[in-house]
Design a protein around this ligand. Structure first.
Ligand code: FE
Length: 254
């Protein structure tokens, strides 16, 4: 199983602080059945991690993996907070796509709203050969309030990624329910851990996939696993057509 969203690089964001934390997370990932992690350190105003540093840190973690003979592959990647100069900075070599050899890029919104310029930027990313993957839409206040915004992005060709621990209920019942509605309406294409540690923000991938298999069957779980593989292999994904979440007016969500 591939995990395309994980804060496992030591000391560069709010994930693993030290190499020991990284090792602890690596062991947990192996226990969860994860065979490949495309790492995703933050690139945002607080943690401005750029490509050269990320590649250096990935090499460091690959060394930890070898020294400990762990059966897991570590690939580069980045979680990019959406911003106006994204394409210029990508052209300047500051940003990293998922695995650094694909055209998929993890894009995060600020948690409290959906930026107005996102539609245009996603369009421009596509023109520049990049496929945006919107991470954890189920945890964005703007999308929670108006899930049709997610439908419009997916209609536009944006892919999305749900967090495993949203499915398991770690972020509360509302976010769990919205996550299920997002899955049921073909509004998401990936399940990833967004793990930051092994305690408060753990992997939860095995548990999430058990829930998905229980509720939606093997084929849905398999679709999510195969899409993860497609990202790191840079294969095209052909998603189902999305539908809108039917809410009983505004309050239906809650
Ligand atoms: Fe993240």
């Amino acid at each position: 199983m591939i995990d395309i969203h994980c804060h496992i690089l030591p000391g560069i964001d709010d994930g693993a602080k030290t190499a020991l934390d990284t090792l602890t997370m690596l062991k947990s990932a192996v226990d969860e059945g994860i065979t490949t992690i495309a790492v995703s350190p933050h690139h945002n105003p607080q943690y401005n991690n750029e490509r050269p540093l990320i590649l250096e840190k990935v090499a460091e973690v690959q060394q930890i993996v070898r020294e400990n003979q762990l059966p897991i592959e570590i690939l580069p990647g980045q979680e990019v907070r959406i911003y106006g100069d994204l394409l210029q900075d990508y052209a300047a070599g500051k940003l990293v796509t998922s695995s650094d050899r694909s055209h998929y890029m993890l894009i995060e919104f600020p948690s409290n709203h959906v930026p107005k310029y996102a539609t245009q930027l996603f369009y421009d990313m596509n023109l520049n050969g990049l496929q945006p993957i919107l991470v954890h839409p189920e945890r964005n206040a703007g999308i929670i309030e108006n899930p049709d915004l997610l439908y419009e992005f997916v209609e536009q060709g944006v892919l999305s990624q749900i967090t495993a621990s949203s499915i398991t209920g770690h972020f509360g019942k509302k976010i769990q329910k919205l996550s299920f509605q997002i899955i049921e309406n073909d509004l998401t294409h990936f399940v990833a851990s967004d793990a930051h540690n092994v305690t408060s923000r753990a992997f939860k991938m095995r548990e999430a996939f058990e829930i998905i298999t229980d509720q939606y069957g093997f084929s849905t779980a398999q679709m999510f696993r195969e899409n993860g593989q497609a990202v790191i292999a840079d294969r095209t994904i052909y998603p189902n057509s999305p539908s809108k979440i039917k809410t009983k007016k505004f309050f239906g969500l809650f």
